[in-house]
Design a protein around this ligand. Structure first.
Ligand code: SF4
Length: 973
């Protein structure tokens, strides 16, 4: 009897569909979904009006693409704009988008809720009372711009560039704002990445020089996820649909997650390890592959930097691959399944079964770790590093079904202007204690300012709500209400949030369908460019209208950021005397400000290969093509770029070192256009890295210092961490050795699939689906504590506690508790969002802070009749306020998991109570600071940071030098 395989079933369904005469959608989605309107009819798409039923009343729509802004995936959306009313009726998927292929999660269509939110901010507001008092007056954009531009100009002229900071949560764009800061000559970029994904990035960068994986899930034989990719992982909808494609094609899915996620429910192997033990499990699989010769020897021989490892660590040995293999086996022999079982609490036989499954994958092994374990624990970067070691052993890198470096599956076009690298180093974002951090030490800002290291004169937040999102939010409030620390705080936000209450200006910015951006993400083995646009502007331009400014089409005076930043830049330097204005000036009409249309027109005309030709075929300009379809696929099946040969004849004055690395005086070899090269500072004679010789041939290689995959990190060794020079298991801050008997581990990092970090509160459909965050607790654990579902429990952290309801479930490892961070929104008074924010009372006495809930949500009268139908009152509990900062000494990542005590609530406790002592959070900050190995002491070359490592807004090389040692080093040179 033959058994029908899933892949056969998919193919036969496809054949049947084609046999019925139906065709697949011809655009990038290449799938059959009859609901997609053919693109030829996007100018006048007709649907029947459901509200007119049973009459057949037609409604006519212009379909205009844009990009969702509700997570980092940047899926395509199609706005259905009613031709009669000129309003958006709904958002659906854009089948022309190569990443999302016409599909969205619930948050995409909920963009409609956000643009029609009756509580949204429509006009620029300026504080009138004290910070946080909630007194505001409406001001004109002109007045706000002149005031802010004047402050920035003054700071620049007075040499206080380090007092200007832009702090972004969800960027949603590729480099526009970084270039604005570079134009100002300011090293003022700050991001949210160190509370998000820095740990994983560190692990990946150490191996391959690039900081994100791009797994080809759809073509894998085995998929290993340390994340919840089917509901909330990185690039979640585009990856989720490809994980399901892979499963439909017969792939085995392995999921490590201490909590039963939706992803785990789809797994062939789900294990719930003790938090922080993941790297031990991964290394036991490594050991199994090594001891049983189940790895790709040829790939390891060609592409690992084993020669460098042997020559540095074992100089007495002959540098032969045989010696390396022997040492490799010895190194990892201690990682037995029994050892991993002891650390993880997962049976050794189960781990062995998983290892056997991994071994069947060959080069079709796709894996992903993003937040999850990496972001939870100290040393979390080693989880990603050990996971990628499996790919590196199997040769499953840039293969069909393997994992690609992100930059190879991403397309970033050259912009109209590229301002020079800032000629400064900002110690507030890149303090010398964290020379290897993957991003800015953003969540330490209140502590760094309180240390007296700096002050800020102009501080912007954008799509960012640190009081709510970051750990230690009360320290953020203390910082923001102190005007000696922050001179002027400007919140750029479409909707009210907990941080904006403490601003001087609240400036209303557009949602995903009200603004321009371009972006490209590593969703699969291809390169595509997406275009976010204000859909009402695009629709009216399609009808021949001239629209100059998005405020002409957006509600109230909501603006888009591109225009805001260009205008602000123009006003900072109105006479071009500071050399800033030229970066915001039109090329077509010199002397006038660059328009957003010209900005994108230049990019689409000049720096997207194939786009002008594709547009010409449809008799469109490249800009009109992007306005019409919203995305362009630049190339498909990028392949193994590291194997690309470098023609040696194009290299000027090339030199080769003993490890085969070739350096040249050629500025940028022509063949380098598609492969990122290591960004090492040039040698004293001006030579740059060009490639690496492998078996006698010069190859492009990987953008690491060795040009190869770095099993051995000379960087870690040189910068004070020789014990971690090769992939290693690190016992984390939540390891059982570090816990007292009555303590347990809280997993606080998981997302709810239908919520957005800080922007979901104004999406009523999403609020109705998910509006609470109970504490997950296993029945055995709950029985010990005599707790039932719905009981109030107190969760005590190092600095305080919160009170939440329990949810007793077998979906969590016994003895561990979990609570989603996607809930617990609050406001101080009725002003603000009313669908998912509780009204609270803020208590403050010295360093002691507390929150008491005064009122949950309730029905209310507004321009939207649905607000009278609100049936939920709960909004969850804000747990992040009770977490101190835990900066990992290497990656800089905030280690989110908490060591807590869970107790039955006290008689005086009420749901949503929060209590924190910020003095205790200072003490924890200082304790973690002591674990660092600062550049002052450990830098091998007098610099602040290895130049080759990625860094947003990289300063000019000379500003990498530590000032105190520069003189001494110049002498030494
Ligand atoms: S995954 Fe959902 S929220 Fe994220 S971009 Fe796609 S549709 Fe939007």
């Amino acid at each position: 009897m033959s058994v029908d395989k899933p892949a056969d079933r998919v193919n036969s369904a496809r054949e049947e569909t084609e046999a019925r005469g139906e065709t697949f959608y011809p655009g990038p989605s290449r799938t059959h979904l009859a609901a997609y309107p053919p693109k030829e009819r996007w100018d006048d798409w007709t649907e029947l009006d459901s509200q007119a039923w049973p009459r057949r009343k037609e409604r006519h729509y212009s379909l205009v693409p844009t990009t969702c802004f509700n997570c980092e995936s940047a899926c395509g959306l199609l706005a259905y704009i009613d031709k009669a009313t000129g309003e958006v009726q709904k958002f659906e998927g854009n089948p022309e988008h190569p990443g999302s292929r016409g599909r969205n999660c619930a948050k995409g269509p909920a963009t409609l809720n956000q643009i029609t939110d009756p509580d949204r901010i429509l006009y620029p507001l300026k504080r009138t009372g004290k910070r946080g008092e909630g007194q505001w007056e409406r001001v004109s954009w002109d007045d706000a711009l002149d005031d802010i531009a004047g402050r920035i100009r003054k700071a620049i002229i007075e040499g206080r560039r380090d007092e200007i900071m832009y702090h972004v949560g969800r960027p949603g764009e590729d480099g526009f704002t970084e270039r604005i800061l570079a134009a100002w000559g300011v090293d003022g970029h700050n991001s949210h990445t160190n509370i998000c994904s820095s740990a994983s990035r560190e692990g990946y960068q150490l191996w391959m020089g690039l900081d994100r994986p791009s797994p080809d899930h759809a073509n894998a034989k085995v998929i290993l996820l340390i994340s919840a990719h089917l509901e909330s992982g990185h690039y979640f909808n585009p990856h989720a649909q490809r994980v399901i494609d892979g499963k439909a094609n017969g792939a085995k899915l392995i999921v490590f997650d201490t909590r039963l996620s939706h992803t785990a429910t789809h797994a062939d192997h789900w294990i719930a390890p003790y938090p922080g033990s993941e790297a031990a499990i991964l290394l036991s699989i490594v050991n199994y592959l090594l001891q049983n010769n189940l790895y790709n020897r040829e790939f390891v021989r060609r592409w690992w930097n084993w020669e460098e490892y042997l020559s540095v660590e074992f100089p007495q040995l002959e540098t032969s691959f045989a010696n390396f293999e022997r040492i490799l086996r010895e190194n990892y022999s201690e990682y037995t399944f029994e050892f991993a079982a002891k650390e993880s609490g997962v049976e050794a036989r189960v781990l062995e079964e998983i290892a056997r499954t991994v071994a069947t994958a060959g080069s079709r092994f796709s894996s992903h770790n993003w937040r999850s374990a990496s972001s939870g624990i100290s040393g979390g970067w080693s989880v990603a590093r050990c996971l990628f070691m499996l790919n590196a052993l199997l040769g499953a890198i840039a293969t069909e079904g393997g994992v690609f470096p992100n930059a190879w599956n991403k397309f970033v076009p050259k912009p109209i202007y590229t301002p020079p690298h800032p000629r400064m180093w900002n110690e507030t974002t890149w303090p010398r204690e964290y020379p290897l951090s993957m991003h800015e030490m953003s969540f330490l800002l209140p502590h760094l300012l309180r240390d007296g290291r700096a002050r800020l004169d102009v501080y912007f937040t954008r799509v960012y709500n640190p009081v709510w999102t970051n750990p230690d939010g009360f320290s953020w409030i203390e910082m923001l209400i102190d005007q000696s620390l922050v001179g002027c705080y400007i919140a750029l936000t479409p909707t009210w949030n907990e941080t904006a209450y403490f601003a001087d200006y609240v400036l209303p910015m557009g949602h995903g369908s009200e603004r321009h951006d371009i972006h490209s993400y590593e969703t699969h083995d291809s390169q595509w460019l997406g275009f976010r646009q204000p859909v009402l502007k695009a629709a009216r331009q399609r009808d021949g209208e001239k629209i100059d400014d998005t405020r002409e089409v957006n509600p109230g005076e909501v603006w888009e950021e591109n225009e805001f930043w260009l205008e602000l830049t123009w006003r900072i330097d109105p006479d071009a005397s500071l050399g800033i204005r030229p970066f915001a000036e039109s090329k077509n009409n010199p002397g006038s400000r660059l328009s957003v249309d010209e900005y994108y027109e230049w990019i689409f005309d000049n720096s997207v290969p194939g786009l002008p030709e594709a547009a010409a075929k449809e008799k469109l300009s490249p800009l009109d093509f992007m306005r019409r379809y919203g995305a362009f696929e630049v190339r498909r099946k990028v392949g193994a770029l590291y194997e690309q040969s470098v023609p040696t004849e194009e290299l000027e004055d090339a030199r080769q070192d003993r490890f085969g690395r070739v350096y040249t005086k050629t500025a940028r070899p022509a063949s380098a256009n598609t492969v990122p090269l290591p960004t090492m500072a040039p040698d004293p004679e001006g030579r740059r890295f060009a490639g690496v010789v492998v078996d006698g041939e010069l190859k492009r290689g990987f953008p690491t210092p060795s040009g190869r995959l770095e099993f051995y990190s000379q960087t870690l060794s040189d910068w004070g961490w020789p014990e971690y020079a090769i992939p290693t298991y690190i016992k984390s801050h939540v390891h059982p050795d570090n816990l007292e008997d009555d303590q347990t581990v809280l997993i606080s990092t998981f997302r709810l699939p239908v919520q957005i970090h800080t922007r979901s509160a104004n999406a009523k459909w999403l609020d109705e689906i998910a509006h609470t965050n109970p504490l997950w607790i296993h029945p055995d654990h709950a029985a010990q504590l005599e707790i039932k579902t719905g009981d109030l429990v107190r969760v005590e952290t190092e600095i305080g506690y919160y009170v939440v309801r329990a949810w007793v479930t077998e979906g969590i490892r016994p003895g561990i508790v979990a609570c989603s961070h996607h809930m617990g929104r609050w406001k101080l008074r009725e002003q603000g969002q009313r669908q998912l924010m509780a009204t609270v009372k803020l208590d403050h006495q010295g360093s002691e802070w507390g929150i008491k809930r005064e009122q949950g949500v309730a029905p209310y009268q507004s321009s939207d009749p649905d607000t009278l139908r609100i049936w939920w009152s709960d909004v969850g509990v804000h747990q992040n306020l009770t977490f101190p900062v835990h900066p990992d000494p290497i990656s800089g990542m905030h280690c989110w998991h908490q060591v807590v005590r869970v107790k039955k609530a006290q008689p005086e406790d009420n749901y949503g109570d929060i209590s924190v002592d910020t003095q205790k959070s200072r003490d924890v900050y200082k304790k973690w600071l002591e674990m660092t190995r600062p550049a002052d002491k450990y830098s091998p070359d007098g610099t602040r940071r290895p130049y080759w490592m990625l860094r947003p807004l990289k300063p000019a090389p000379e500003f990498y030098r530590l000032p105190e040692r520069s003189k001494e080093l110049v002498g030494a040179d």
